[in-house]
Design a protein around this ligand. Structure first.
Ligand code: ASP
Length: 359
């Protein structure tokens, strides 16, 4: 790219003085020239519940005070990770097939081209902070399992039981219903009268099998950072690593372009290098919205040849360096959303379903 960050001329706008509104004049290097485009610090997350909103407010406080995108992203991700009610991320996340919570997370700093990640990390509530330290305090990118835990403990993280009662019961129910031919569940002679229904009354359904959060931010200097953090696919095989800690798959950030993150069935995201693909598309001049949809179509193009009816559940989010937004899911009944916090306040951005009506 022609424009390095150090050669960019950032000019503080008189509009919204003191809020860090920036104008980048005559940026070249992208095919869709956006000269004199006003950009603003911002933070987004794929989480749209109350915790996601709280996370955005906390991240925004950091950005508003002139803090870095890296710090804002970490703060926001931590808030989502420690929510015990959230069964998709950090503490309270659904466990693997053995009932053990194994967390994956990645961090990327678009300013320094640095990345860090942890996979299959057990007993640490905030894997995104460990991923950030791998990025900032080692010469490596990915630490896994026992090594990741050892590293976290060296940095003073406390080991804690991550399996909440809620997550344990969901796992136990999955275990009982997994197969009619194993010995989990009520005795065979009582199966027809379903004696155990009352026992599961608070857990009528096995909860979703996916769930992750992406947090992406642009700070007052135009620096971009991102994090993806998850407990991964629920009931996964012991040791399974998803896309979230794989740089280029679950996350990619580049100051010159923007940032992208993925949630959903990680196996497809890994094979398609989806986040990197979205960055390449944005660099070619596609908007973040188009880039998200392009990546979903690219995955379906691959599967067309082997199984034309296969539409894996993925959700992609993206931002470009001008603060434009994108969000798309492969399938679903309603349009996907993401949380956005800028100087204008909190809002939800609504994206599109790429293949509406598909199973
Ligand atoms: N992408 C995550 C994984 O495959 C799960 C999810 O986002 O739902 O581990």
């Amino acid at each position: 790219m022609k424009n390095s960050i150090s050669r960019r001329k950032f000019v503080t706008s008189t509009l919204g003085a003191g809020t860090g509104v920036l104008i980048i004049p005559n940026i070249s290097g992208l095919t869709n020239q956006k000269s004199d485009k006003v950009i603003k610090p911002m933070i987004i997350t794929s989480h749209t519940n109350d915790t996601g909103r709280n996370a955005m407010e906390a991240g925004w406080e950091i950005l508003k005070a002139g803090g870095t995108a890296v710090d804002a992203v970490e703060k926001a991700a931590n808030i989502i990770e420690v929510d015990p009610e959230d069964t998709s991320v950090g503490y309270g996340g659904l466990p693997n097939e053995h009932g053990v919570v194994q967390l994956d997370s990645s961090f990327m700093d678009g300013k320094t081209y640095s990345a860090g990640a942890v996979a299959c990390l057990e007993n640490i509530k905030t894997p995104s902070s460990v991923a950030k330290l791998v990025m900032q305090r080692t010469d490596h990118v990915l630490l896994v399992g026992a090594g990741a835990l050892e590293f976290a403990k060296a940095w003073g993280f406390r080991e804690e039981n991550l399996l909440t009662e809620k997550a344990r019961k969901i796992w136990l129910r999955w275990k009982e219903e997994l197969s009619p031919s194993d010995d989990w569940g009520v005795p065979e002679h009582l199966q027809n009268i379903r004696k155990n229904e009352a026992y599961w009354k608070d857990f009528p359904d096995i909860e979703h099998h996916y769930g992750t959060t992406n947090v992406l931010a642009i700070d007052i200097n135009g620096d971009i950072a991102g994090c993806t953090t998850t407990s991964g696919m629920s009931f996964k095989l012991n040791g399974r690593v998803g896309d979230s800690p794989i740089i280029g798959a679950g996350l990619y950030v580049d100051n010159e372009v923007g940032a992208a993150g993925a949630t959903g069935r990680g196996e497809d995201v890994i094979k398609s290098c989806a986040s990197y693909y979205m960055l390449l598309k944005m660099k070619e001049g596609r908007t973040p919205q188009q880039a998200c949809e392009d990546a979903l179509h690219m995955i379906i193009d691959r599967y067309k040849k082997v199984n034309p009816g296969f539409y894996p559940g993925e959700k992609f989010v993206a931002i470009n360096k001008y603060g434009e937004l994108g969000c798309a899911t492969m399938i679903g009944k309603s349009n996907p959303q993401m949380s956005v916090r800028t100087e204008s306040g909190y809002s939800k951005y609504e994206g599109v379903v790429a293949y509406p009506g598909k199973p």
